[in-house]
Design a protein around this ligand. Structure first.
Ligand SMILES: Cc1cc2nc3c(=O)[nH]c(=O)nc-3n(C[C@H](O)[C@H](O)[C@H](O)COP(=O)(O)O)c2cc1C
Length: 206
């Protein structure tokens, strides 16, 4: 697949998982793509925990359902109605969760380029996620990013040490195809804005 084709067809996946197990060699390529992402000071501050146990998938899905309720309780009227139709995860259907962690101690005490911007480590971890997501798209594999969770819960669930921050739960699995339109657009939650609305010349607002 051409790079731009992968960029344009990448979709957050919730409903399209076939329930098949991802092939080991494909998974290896996705993780290798993630692991060659750029990182501040070459710190490579990411970790990937592969979760397949049905008990752990169930436990996480239960927690996410609770958090969905917490968010839903903040909505009313049309927003509440629209949100009620939106699926926010495919945890069980994908059969594989990849929990991505950020370890700020990776790379030692003097990470080159991070002295003024602590978040640069977190940015690096997110670059790894995008690499994995694009590689998955090229492989015909779906990825759904789930953020309806409390970090403490997920850290404990997968046994991450205190200093490692869980950044994402990614539902990863084979899909029959990917929709052309993001779910949030399809259900009328929010639409992609035009590029011109975020572009500035020389100075912000210009
Ligand atoms: C940091 C982050 C967190 C997200 N969390 C969720 C989530 O909890 N549940 C969900 O269904 N989608 C989640 N998404 C996916 C977005 O809803 C999706 O990227 C957006 O609607 C655009 O659709 P597309 O990715 O298909 O282009 C998340 C995406 C990002 C980048």
């Amino acid at each position: 697949m051409e790079l731009y084709e992968a960029i344009n067809s990448r979709r957050d996946t919730r409903r399209e998982f076939t329930g098949e197990r991802i092939a080991d060699d494909v998974l290896e390529r996705l993780l290798s793509a993630a692991h060659c992402a750029p990182s501040v000071g070459m710190s490579q501050p990411w970790d990937f925990v592969l979760v397949r146990s049905p008990e752990t998938l169930d436990a996480f899905a239960g927690h996410v359902a609770d958090e969905r309720e917490t968010f839903a309780a903040t909505l009313s009227g049309e927003r509440a109605e629209t949100f009620s139709r939106i699926k926010v995860e495919g945890i069980r259907e994908s059969r594989l969760g990849i929990v991505v962690g950020y370890d700020p101690t990776r790379g030692g005490p003097n990470v080159l380029g991070r002295h003024a911007i602590a978040d640069a480590g977190l940015y690096s971890t997110v670059c790894a996620i995008e690499n994995l997501w694009l590689a998955a798209t090229a492989e015909g594999v779906g990825v759904g990013w789930v953020s309806f969770y409390r970090e403490e819960f997920l850290r404990e669930l997968v046994g991450m040490p205190e200093h490692v921050r869980p950044v994402a739960w990614l539902c990863v699995g084979p899909v029959a195809g990917l929709p052309d339109v993001p779910d949030l657009e399809r259900y009328g939650w929010r639409h992609r804005s035009p590029l011109a609305s975020v572009l500035h010349e020389e100075r912000y607002g210009g």
